[in-house]
Design a protein around this ligand. Structure first.
Ligand code: AMP
Length: 408
């Protein structure tokens, strides 16, 4: 199977081959022809499957074919809404890379940076806009963006947008878009809230499902290291140091904890930097660039900051703390094992996290193997390793955060 045989035009095929892609991934094989046909689509592809190219390539082709509006300047005809700035930048980079041989204009708008350059760019005319919901609404309110000519809408990582409390902003935005349009909705996990959103938005959507729903990426080797809470940092340094792991993404739960951990790792002689929502956009971009270039060995991130990070061939993901929401585990480990490569995801789990571990194992429907490091052995709560499919999941713990935010 080749990109050309999917019906993509030579300019796009040339751009992907310049990126080094030899063959399309399974989601690209499924999604590209459907999107080219103009179908609505609901995709449950996980991160790392080549999803971005899967929707960007056919959208570029449709935009190119429909040409510029007859009168006047360019209008925004494709809109991709994403949860975070990092993802906005990353999707926009893909749009630029894949569309480099077409004559289309694109832009990314997101918060945390000066709005004026974004306004100027929009005023010059854009065909394909990538945006986070909050900044896009600001631009709408300042009359700096016209969404009335949208032909194709993508909601990417929709589950995360709802988890982050963006549902109201999204509904406001949807009300501004033309009724007649092609809509694509991607989500790594499918909750009732997502189904509800999709129900009102998509018309006879084609379903594209790569990997099991709510399932963990198959190409990732997962391990649990039981350890006492107070000894996690020591074990983390030891694992990274003795195995000489070079590029490690470590997840912590809080901004403060992420900062502290990065500092402690540096004290242990392991170069580390933290990335979280309190840091300025330029500090986050800089930290990420250093990590990508191999100048720092460890990037400590919170869930929100890490969403959308695309680091090619990221070999190791470590959960320093388990996430409160089981689905976040799937997102986290999706940072490794991307585009079919092998990945390695380990979790340092203390007794107090036994319940979270139980929820995760129920969600992914498998027991994650335990690995004990000499000198660090610790108990997890009895019964924690058992995956009991008949027992009801702990709903309060799994989704309470998002419910609260959604209700707000
Ligand atoms: P995504 O799931 O869109 O975040 O993509 C994950 C990674 O796979 C990115 O680094 C892409 O550049 C890469 N990728 C996308 N499509 C292909 C392909 N057909 N062959 C090889 N790599 C790809």
């Amino acid at each position: 199977m080749s990109f050309l045989s999917l019906g993509l035009r030579p300019e796009l095929v040339r751009a992907v081959s310049e990126k080094g892609y030899a063959t399309p991934t399974p989601i690209q094989i499924q999604a590209i022809p459907l999107i080219l046909e103009g179908r609505d689509l609901m995709g449950s592809a996980q991160t790392g499957t080549g999803k971005t190219a899967g929707f960007t390539l056919p959208i570029l082709q449709r935009l190119d074919r429909s040409g510029r509006p007859a009168k006047g300047r360019r209008a925004i005809r494709a809109l991709t809404v994403v949860p975070t700035r990092e993802l906005a930048m990353q999707v926009h980079r893909s749009v630029e890379d894949y569309g480099k041989w077409l004559h289309l204009e694109s832009a990314a708008v997101f918060g945390g940076v000066n709005i004026n350059p974004q306004k100027k760019k929009l005023a010059r005319g854009v065909d394909f806009l990538v945006a986070t919901p909050g900044r896009l609404l600001d631009l709408v309110n300042q009359d700096s963006v016209d969404l009335s000519r949208i032909e194709i809408l993508v909601l990417d990582e929709a589950d995360r947008m709802l988890d982050m409390g963006f549902i109201r902003d999204i509904r406001k935005l949807l009300a501004l878009l033309p009724r007649q349009k092609q809509t694509l909705l991607f989500s790594a996990t499918f909750s009732e809230a997502i189904k509800q959103l999709a129900g009102g938005l998509l018309h006879s959507p084609a379903l594209v499902e790569i990997g099991r729903r709510n399932g963990a990426v198959e190409s990732v080797e997962q391990l649990i290291y039981p350890v006492e809470k107070g000894r996690k940092r020591e074990l983390l340094s030891e694992l990274i140091g003795t195995n000489n792991w070079r590029q490690v993404l470590v997840f912590g739960r809080t901004k403060h904890g992420a900062n502290r951990l990065a500092k402690q790792l540096n004290t242990d002689g392991i170069s580390a930097t933290a990335i979280h929502g309190n840091k300025s956009q330029s500090a986050r971009t800089q930290a990420l660039a250093k990590f990508k270039a191999g100048k720092v060995q460890v990037l400590v991130a919170t869930d929100i900051a890490a969403r959308g990070l695309d680091i090619e061939q990221l070999p190791h993901v470590i959960n320093f703390e388990l996430p409160q929401v089981a689905e976040d585990y799937v997102h986290r480990i999706g940072r490794t094992g991307r585009a079919g490569r092998r990945g390695h995801a380990i979790s340092l789990v203390c007794y107090e996290e036994s319940g979270q571990l139980r929820d995760i194992e129920r969600l992914i429907k498998r027991e994650i193997p335990r690995q004990v490091v000499a000198g660090y052995a610790a108990e997890l709560s009895r019964g924690a390793p058992k995956v009991n499919a008949n027992k009801k999941p702990n709903k309060r713990r799994r989704r309470s955060g998002s419910r609260r935010r959604m209700a707000a």
